[in-house]
Write a new protein. Sequence first.
Length: 368
Amino acid sequence: MVSAFIDHRLDGVIRVISIIKRNSLQPLYCVYCNAKEVCKTVHTDVQIHEDHFGFPFHVSDVICKGKHMQNATHVLISTKDSDNNVTEYLPIKNRVQLNTFKYDFTVCISTLFGNYNNVLQFAQAIEMYKLLGVQHVVIYKTSCGPDLEKLLKHYETEGMMEIVSWPIEQFLNPSSGWNFQQHKGDVHYYGQLATLNECIYRHMYQSKYVLLNDIDEIIMPYKHDNLSSLMKYLESAHPRESVFIFESHVFPKTQFEESGKFKRAEWKNIPGVNIMEHIYREPNPKNTYNPTKMIVNPRNVLQTSVHSSLKNYGYFHRVEFHVSRMIHVREPMEVNLTKEELFVDKRIWDFEQKLIPNVDRALKLSGL
């Protein structure tokens, strides 16, 4: 069991997001209790998400249907239909359906693990998202490097960031990749799909929109100055859509802009990639799937994968290249391309006057 939520869209059923072994299904029972500790037991409907990438364990929705569920405060999933002595009940969230939201934009960053210590790129991405109008960032953290830990504490103290502990290694052998044949392990990419789905439900009534992307990716408006203007445009042009899909474009960190104007002495000793130096964009690879990420209305999503929604109300729209696309500074995908074969894309420079001092401030307040 990961988290439990009331799903008001389905007549108030309890949805328990879980990670289940796909080939070992057995009947499961839902024990739900109210504040007076009066409990009821019902059968469940187990819905394993379809995009398991071949791994034996995968994110699943355990659906509980019964009477008076709107009064339930805690829930337990069990293999027995009798009374349970187990005390590890999950609190049930989203008990109240809200129409006003604390945040306009929340970014969900899944599965921070290993000794990841790319501090400079992390700070630049967070500060860039702030300038674009993001008020809240959620990190599902297993582990990270020591310098990044300092930066995370700063953003958490500031109130911008919510750190969700994700100790999946205590329960499973998580894979560090997405391909079972290549990376092995029990579950895809440290349980990334469980965290993305959990984040959507966690913020269903907290945030108007949820962005689903990795920390080295920035969904960047090119026709508008910020995400609010972008989404007003998209919703006006596509009123029946609730899932907006953005193309990923690789900016290889091996190619540097030639003037050196952003090779700053202040960042010399900060570990990580300086995205301001990487303005060369790879062309779209021919006959190859180009990964995408999303901005969604969380109240219209039932299940999500990494690059697209699996089940949702309404339609999806693939956002046009000239309107918005994703900046992904990383290792090159097309390793044989020369700089002359890449496109110059200086969009990130449009924000330099505010972005640079804001990054400096965040690093200083983090003690870096």
